[in-house]
Ligand binder design. Structure first.
Ligand SMILES: [Zn+2]
Length: 406
């Protein structure tokens, strides 16, 4: 891989507590040691009409009949194409700062629309969208605006290639433009499919949908391909909605997915979300070398990091993974086509009373075996990260089940 970006900052509860107190400098050192970075690349949202400043407010390409709220720009408008092409050329020619809201790094100039289906309804846009109308999948990732979006991306790429043949237009394959369009993509368009990796162990439908469009993009693109890999669920909804999720340890599935991506020749990976300390470490080891012995690496970690307490901690971690990654623990209605009810599944199906007793015993065992200060401190940090989080989450869920205490 030429670019890797798993930049944990210890801002989510597991990693934050597993690491214990740390400085910003230590985080940067950790990133260096896990070889984050590489070839500069950027691909993320650029067309936020609310934030895009400067010359991107011309009345010609404001959306027609998209309602009163701010919507997408008119992506079929030739003047918009011209202005974006000029912005890309100026960037590649090193002419000063990009206007606010735009993203580009190295040889990649990024384009991605806003997350809204308040689209322009001029005749040309309606025609451009027509082929995508039936391309729903039932999942978050479909192709409803793929033809519309990628016809715009292609128009930019064709023009920029005339003056900058060795540069790329970077874009995402995401949400309603995840599936490839019905036409060829220009050879200087670098695509980044956004994949719901965190669902792979337990959601076969979403996994198949992801890997279908991932493979379709591999067949279609000629430029270097990047990936966004999601590790945002279940922790992100848990933090937003104030519940305690079951720890979604999926280290073997992560290693399998990453091995595949590297062997497929993926140019770079951006991780969106934050795993726990060990899974993140194993993932970067697989990025270094896809033939890494995953179980050997895990065993070595527990032996060296927890010393005498290593065995029960290893067992604890592997039990979390076995429970979190068993599809049998996610029957309907916990699992639905488009997602998982992470809140309910956590303590009704995953962290059951019996399993909590078993896991609690392992933590107690580790605490009784830890001898050195380092061993004790590390067990305490992992206890705080995982076990205390689980106990609190389960208690909160059980309390909410009671009908108002009456
Ligand atoms: Zn339009």
């Amino acid at each position: 891989m030429k670019h890797r970006s798993a930049l944990p900052s210890g801002s989510w509860p597991f990693l934050q507590n597993q690491w214990g107190p740390f400085t910003r400098e230590q985080v940067h050192l950790h990133w260096r040691r896990t070889r984050q970075g590489g070839e500069p690349w950027s691909a993320n949202h650029t067309f936020y009409p609310r934030t895009i400043k400067g010359r991107f407010h011309h009345p010609d390409y404001q959306p027609k009949d998209a309602g009163t709220q701010v919507g997408q720009l008119c992506y079929t408008n030739p003047r918009l194409v011209e202005e974006v092409v000029q912005t890309a050329r100026d960037y590649f020619d090193g002419k000063g700062q990009l206007p606010e809201g735009w993203k580009a790094l190295g040889d990649y100039f990024a384009l991605a629309p806003d997350d809204t289906l308040r689209l322009c309804n001029c005749d040309a846009c309606k025609v451009a969208r027509k082929p995508g109308e039936g391309r729903k999948t039932g999942f978050f990732s479909d192709g409803v605006i793929s033809d519309y979006w990628f016809s715009f991306v292609n128009a930019i790429a064709r023009e920029v290639r005339k003056t900058h043949p060795d540069k790329y237009i970077a874009t995402l394959a995401y949400w309603s433009y995840a599936l490839p369009p019905s036409f060829d993509i220009e050879p200087n368009v670098s695509v980044s499919p956004c994949l719901h990796t965190c669902y792979y162990p337990v959601h076969p439908g979403m996994t198949a949908n992801d890997l279908d469009f991932y493979e379709a993009w591999r067949r279609k693109t000629k430029a270097p391909m990047f990936l966004w890999v999601y590790y945002h669920h279940p922790m992100e909804p848990a933090l937003i909605n104030g519940f305690g999720c079951f720890p979604h340890v999926m280290v073997h599935d992560t290693a399998n997915a990453m091995r595949r991506f590297i062997q497929d020749g993926i140019h770079g990976i951006f991780e969106c979300g934050e795993q726990d300390q060990l899974e993140q470490y194993v993932m970067t080891k697989v990025w270094d070398d896809p033939t890494t012995d995953v179980d050997g690496t895990i065993d070595e970690f527990f032996r060296l990091y927890f010393g005498r307490a290593g065995k029960p901690m290893n067992r604890f971690y592997r039990r979390l993974e076995e429970i979190a990654c068993d599809p049998k623990n996610y029957p309907a209605p916990y699992l639905r086509t488009g997602g998982i009810d992470w809140k309910k599944v956590a303590w009704e199906r995953l962290g059951t009373a019996e399993r909590m007793e078993e896991l609690g015993r392992l933590i107690q065992k580790a605490e009784s075996l830890a001898e050195t200060d380092a061993e004790k401190q590390r067990v305490a940090q992992w206890r705080k990260a995982f076990w205390d989080w689980m106990v609190r989450g389960r208690e909160k869920a059980l309390a909410q089940e009671k009908p108002d205490g009456k």
